[in-house]
Write a protein that binds this ligand. Structure first.
Ligand code: NAD
Length: 262
């Protein structure tokens, strides 16, 4: 098992990639604290890990809240005695028009996607240092690398995560902490399904208003592998990155997109 005797925190562990990571870490021998703002989903994941013989606790916590982080960290120490690994996975996505949509949506996006990662690292790092080192993975996105239309806000928040990750890798490398980011491509999760449905709806609305809609613009032609990614495939990569198998990997942002960006 890759993560025996490790204690880990996964944010947004109630569904999608966070759920897959929490389950995989537990299967690899880690004791896992998973957080979410959806208590029903988060508790169900923790229960399913426990039922399967693993160790997991769910904490209702908003990644953007300092107070909630204090609670998550103290519960982790109280229940499992320390902290070794962390996946800052929680994030939100919405399509955004920078001229017409409410300005407050900027704060909402940055609060979860960027401030949430900052707070997670800020609260976790002192505890990981106490253990003599460990590893953190932050979830960025291919949207940090390519300008998606209506994704200026989301992409900016994720590019912030990537750069934040690089600085932390430099800063805490001497403490034995590796800090990496992943750039998932199009992964089949509740978030991706909702984003796809909203995009289809808005394309249909536009087409209704145009007698002669223009043809679709050029695309990259989809993933080279010809299919969407699964949450479990992301969990494999995250598990590798926090494990000793990646002991000399730090400061990278690893694209996991089935060849979409090539
Ligand atoms: N699905 C994709 O194609 C894709 C691609 C690139 C990057 N990402 C990123 O990967 C991460 C996981 O995405 P997913 O597709 O699994 O999403 P998802 O929406 O399917 O699941 C995310 C989970 O995070 C929780 N969450 C949302 N806001 C939270 C908050 N403030 N505090 C704690 N928990 C919160 C949700 O309740 C949910 O359980 C996100 O950071 C997302 O931006 C997703």
């Amino acid at each position: 098992m890759l993560l025996e005797n490790k204690v880990g925190i996964v944010t947004g562990g109630g569904m999608g990639m966070g759920e897959a990571v929490a389950k995989r870490w537990a299967a690899e021998g880690a004791r896992v604290v998973l957080t979410d703002i959806n208590s029903e989903a988060g508790q169900a994941v923790a229960d399913s890990i426990q039922t399967g013989g693993g160790e997991a606790r769910f904490v209702l916590a908003d990644s953007g809240s300092e107070e909630d982080w204090e609670n998550v960290i103290s519960l982790t120490i109280q229940e499992f005695g320390g902290l070794d690994i962390m996946h800052n996975n929680a994030g939100i996505h919405f399509w955004y028009n920078i001229i017409n949509d409410p300005i407050e949506k900027w704060d909402e996006m940055m609060r979860v996607n960027l401030r949430g990662v900052f707070l997670g690292c800020r609260f976790a790092i002192p505890k990981i240092i106490e253990r003599g080192g460990g590893a953190i993975v932050n979830t960025s996105s291919i949207s940090a690398k390519a300008g998606g239309p209506a994704q200026a806000l989301y992409g900016a928040s994720k590019a912030g995560v990537t750069q934040f990750t690089r600085s932390l890798a430099r800063m805490y490398g001497p403490n034995g902490i590796r800090v990496n980011a992943i750039n998932p491509g199009v992964i089949d999760t509740p978030m991706m399904r909702q984003a796809a449905a909203e995009a289809a709806e808005s394309r249909a609305d536009e087409a209704d208003q145009m007698a002669d809609p223009p043809p679709a613009g050029p695309t990259r032609g989809g993933p080279a592998l010809g299919r969407l990614g699964t949450a479990e495939e992301i969990a494999s990569v995250v598990t590798f990155l926090v494990s000793d198998e990646a002991s000399y990997v730090s400061g990278v942002d690893l694209t996991v997109d089935g060849g979409l960006m090539t």
